[in-house]
Design a binder for this molecule. Structure first.
Ligand code: ATP
Ligand code: MG
Length: 228
């Protein structure tokens, strides 16, 4: 049984999370409409200049053509990176889609971007969950999968969602290289926002966050959030 104060505080954190997601959506749109269009325009100019130079001067313009090709390479790379960032961070339609649908979308996107295979298993009757739970689990799964691919070089990722009587459990495991959790959490290797962010999101929901990792054996992130 959760108190009225807890209920109010969860509702307000849900609204804050929703505003934050809208902000992310707006920032991504700004990046798309501004820098992405400018890079695209600059690239088009460079393609045209390169074609004209090749036609009019050929071998005489080798140095200029080399410089233009390098600039094209850099701009194309930047465009691809920005596009990947926009695709990864663009918030899904949290209000209209249920929890499993948004998590499935994320899993498919991760498989497409990384080429890794991700299994998603759901156990128990999943009740309708609030917006704050949906957004938090989505962002936590995104970070856990991204860490597994970036740091763990994992080949397989497994995601299990289980509805128990009074809580929802999400387990994300990978078969990557693992790491020494204590050393990382003590901050000896600089600031890491990802794991801290996961812990924060779970604590706002009144839930529990656990991470187990064994060097050479893989990592397991477990999140438990109460169901009202
Ligand atoms: N699944 C994993 N496999 C292997 N190492 C991991 C895994 N998850 C986390 N780590 C280790 O823990 C560190 C902290 O992770 P965290 O997500 O907090 O920060 P980060 O990924 O380095 O940076 P960011 O702030 O962009 O998330 C990583 O740098 C990495 O060394
Ligand atoms: Mg990270």
């Amino acid at each position: 049984m959760i108190s009225q104060t807890d209920q109010r505080s969860r509702e307000s954190s849900g609204r804050i999370l929703q505003v934050a997601e809208r902000e992310i959506g707006r920032i991504i749109l700004d990046i798309h409409d501004g820098p992405v269009q400018n890079i695209f325009a600059a690239l088009s100019q460079l393609y045209i200049t390169k074609r004209r130079l090749t036609q009019s001067m050929g071998d005489e313009a080798t140095d200029e053509l080399e410089r233009i090709s390098r600039s094209i390479f850099l701009l194309e790379n930047s465009l691809n990176e920005i596009r990947m960032f926009m695709g990864t961070f663009r918030p899904p339609e949290f209000e209209r889609r249920d929890l499993i649908a948004v998590l499935e979308g994320l899993v498919i996107q991760h498989e497409e971007i990384t080429g890794k295979s991700v299994s998603l298993d759901v156990y128990g009757d999943l009740p309708e969950v609030g917006l704050s739970v949906k957004i938090s689990l989505y962002r936590i799964l995104q970070e856990a999968l991204s860490n597994a691919a970036r740091h763990g070089q994992a080949r397989r990722h497994n995601v299990v969602i289980a509805a128990e009587s009074d809580q929802l459990v999400m387990d994300v495991t990978d078969d990557g290289c693992g790491f020494d959790v204590e050393t990382v959490l003590m901050g000896k290797h600089g600031v890491h926002i990802g794991l801290e962010g996961m812990r924060e999101r779970v604590s706002v929901l009144g839930g529990r966050f656990e991470i187990k990792s064994t060097p050479g054996m893989g990592t397991q992130v477990r999140v438990m959030v109460p169901l009202q």
